[in-house]
Each structure stands twice: as C-alpha cells, then as structure tokens.
Write a protein that binds this ligand. Sequence first.
Ligand code: NAD
Length: 265
Amino acid sequence: MATGRNHRPATRSRGIPEATVARLPLYLRALTALSERSVPTVSSEELAGAAGVNSAKLRKDFSYLGSYGTRGVGYDVEYLVYQISRELGLTQDWPVVIVGIGNLGAALANYGGFASRGFRVAALIDADPKMTGKQVAGIGVRHVDELESIVHTNGVSIGVITTPAGAAQQVCDRLVGAGVTSILNFSPTVLSVPEGVDVRKVDLSIELQILAFHEQRKAADELSRGLRGPERPAPAAGGTGGGAGGARRGEGPGPDGDIPAVMPA
Ligand SMILES: NC(=O)c1ccc[n+]([C@@H]2O[C@H](COP(=O)([O-])OP(=O)(O)OC[C@H]3O[C@@H](n4cnc5c(N)ncnc54)[C@H](O)[C@@H]3O)[C@@H](O)[C@H]2O)c1
C-alpha cells in the first residue's frame, strides 16, 4: 500500500469543489453503514436522507465523481464506497502522529475509527519525560525531542495537535519544519502555517456555542409566538431541528482551512 507522503489529494487537481469534498465523508459514513448491512443499492433520496444532505446536491456532488447511478435502481453501494474512498485518498495508508498525550490525545489514540479509515497512528509524542515509554493504546509514547526523526522515519504527512494552546504553535512549526503538510488542531488557538500546509480545527466548545445560539433563537421565537396569541397557526412541523435556525443548519464540515471541522464518527 502506498504511503501518504508526497501524494496531494487528487480531489483538488481534478477540480472537485471544496464544498463537495467536505460532504464526501458524510456520504461515505452513510454508505459504510449500508454496506455493513449488506444493502446492495441505494437511491439518491435515501442516501441523501442518511447523510443529512439535500438529494439534488448529492446528485450534483456525485456527478463530479462521474457517478450517475442507474435509473430505477439507484447507486451501487460497494462501488460508491470504493469510489469515494479513492477520491478522498483513503485507499492509501496515512501515517499520523498525535502530539500531546494527555486526556484528549490518549482518547484519540484509543479511537478505533482512524485505522479503519486508513489513518495509522504511527507515533504518540509528548513533552513530559514521565510519559516517555508509557503505553497508550498499545503504542509507546515518544519524547518530543524525537519529533523530527519520527516524522522522517515514518513518512508522516498528517499531524494531530492536542497540546495546551500555549505549546501548539511551536509544535506546529516543528511538525511543518519536519515535512508535515496537514495539521488537525484541537488546541484552542489559531495556527499560522506557510502556504501549502492545510490546517483543520476541531473545537467542540464552538459547536456547543452555535447550538446555544440556536436554542436561544428558538426560545425567543416561542416567546414571541406566545405574545402574539394562540389564534396564530402553529409553524409547520420540522422535527427536532425545527424552529428558527434549526441546529442542523451548521451540520457537517465546512470548507478547508483553519475553521471548525467535525470529524465523522
Ligand atoms: N477541540 C476540542 O473540542 C477540545 C476538547 C478538549 C480539549 N481540547 C484542547 O486539547 C488540548 C489538550 O487537552 P487535554 O485535556 O488533553 O490536556 P492535558 O493537559 O491532559 O494534555 C496535554 C498534554 O500535552 C503535553 N504537552 C505540553 N506541551 C507539549 C509540547 N510542547 N509538546 C508535546 N506535548 C506537550 C502535556 O505533557 C500533556 O500530556 C488543550 O489545548 C485543550 O484545550 C480541545
């Protein structure tokens, strides 16, 4: 199996819009669930519902992959899993290092979902000498002094930062200096990187704040409906995400860059 280093994702060079790229993991998650249930084919409507995406958008997205489905039959689930995995570069092996093996770093190291998607945790790195040699998820923690040699030896192109905010930029600089070109940043800080390096940020507290905003709007809407009196018709049912600015609005990863990204479970 080829390793990830020196392979830029084909998606960009083939001109697939970033918004489509951001939805591909959602389709893949839904398709993988269907595949696990041995479902052979799926309609665009069913798949769109499972992925939480509008079906016209799904058909447009799949047209970029050259996948149009068969009228009356739908899409071949296994073939789409293969096609999307290939498009996302998941048919390659991507060695990943996690830097900062505290609560979060250890939890990520223990998460089985990376390996099944082609992301192999090549090393766990921490600055605390007391951590060196400790086994986390069956992997011995290495000292941060070894960061550069670990990156070189393993051909690592993706680094995950789970250090305190104050250490994140320095860790990022060292990863980039060693040749890492993609960073997944969990620390609550904005990282500066040179051109050609991609940063995705995950911040659950931001997601919660967005939910809080929508909750507040829903509460305000309910209050104003109450003030207008009971004779007003109730708004159309919208399920659990109904009301103004349902929480699904911001669902899914955004375009590439240093903005919040939510990892597919
Ligand atoms: N994005 C999110 O949703 C989210 C959720 C929880 C925590 N966090 C953030 O993740 C980070 C880690 O949180 P935690 O609870 O695991 O903290 P923690 O204190 O348990 O772990 C941090 C680890 O980083 C190590 N470290 C410190 N400086 C380092 C350096 N220069 N190089 C390598 N390792 C270094 C420490 O030794 C420690 O083991 C924090 O920045 C926290 O704010 C983000």
